[in-house]
Design a protein around this ligand. Sequence first.
Ligand code: NAP
Length: 330
Amino acid sequence: MVNRIAQESIPVRKLYSGETIPCVGLGTFGSDKYDAETVSQAVYGAVKCGYRLIDCAAVYQNEKQIGEVLDRLFREKEVSRKELFITSKVWNDMHGEGKVLASCQKSLADLGIENIDLFFVHWPFPNYHAPGCSGDSRNPDSRPFSVEEFTATWRQCEKLVDLGVVRYIGMSNMTVSKLEAVLPLCRIRPAALEMELHPSFQQPELFDYALRHDILPIGYCPIGSPSRPERDRAAGDVADIELPAVRKAAESHGVHPAVICLKWAVQRGQVPIPFSVKESQYYSNLKCVTEDPLTVEEMEAIRREDQNCRLIKGQVFLWEGARSWEDLWD
Ligand SMILES: NC(=O)c1ccc[n+]([C@@H]2O[C@H](COP(=O)([O-])OP(=O)(O)OC[C@H]3O[C@@H](n4cnc5c(N)ncnc54)[C@H](OP(=O)(O)O)[C@@H]3O)[C@@H](O)[C@H]2O)c1
């Protein structure tokens, strides 16, 4: 018996068009830990529980299995396609002319849907590395960010909107200076910016920039990605669920610190997309935004925990001559 959360109790966020989306979504990147079958079963359970926003990507290698559970949910009349908001992303090896449409068509076929609600450029450069490769592997074809190359990829995304196969387009893993360079060149503006956001990595400048430009910030790794693969771990990384202000709030509210990270994210104004394959976790990750908010003082204490601690450094995308992963982030 699935615990269900009433839709009307879940707060929403507005896109620039006025359309609303839920204030929390479900991540679907199983890292190296959870296989496609396990992740898709979680999507099935999470939709039953009340999730309506599902964050997918071609590179997560599970869209086919997710498509199968979506089909089952539609057949069982659990939800209609219109009630869901499904994202996907073009991976770095599919930026070339004509390839973005091919990538989108593959995601549509795998997910078994006729359009994608929000389609992201996953990373702002075509630097490819094989899924699951080691942290020190480099591709000799990798190169720095180029406004011209990115704009050419974005033009292809705009065409997807013209074709009606995508409803909104978005950017991911951007910086303020990259946005400054490309936003004036967009015919169709990004509806959302997917960016790493958690208490120890709040990116206040980029976050405020997005809000000022009416671009919805979607926060990935909202719990600090405690199960991320080894290749994404580095000395000095902070564990968000261990932060004193997070732990203190967890004690006062009688919940897991993960839940505090999500309450904080939603009250701050970003849309977190926590990943979980465990029913008790994904249930509490959605339920927590419908009740018992953090106080102003708790919000402020968590704001002060920011340590500029980026977890997804992207070092595998570095090009020859780059000094360190910081070069990817300007
Ligand atoms: N655009 C991009 O470049 C990008 C990059 C990274 C991620 N993403 C997206 O963001 C999503 C979320 O990021 P993420 O998966 O890296 O990290 P996350 O959501 O911060 O962490 C997920 C992990 O936190 C634990 N957890 C979840 N809910 C919990 C709860 N209520 N209590 C205790 N522990 C809990 C689980 O660990 P256990 O499984 O060990 O219990 C789970 O695997 C991804 O799935 C993906 O969709 C996008």
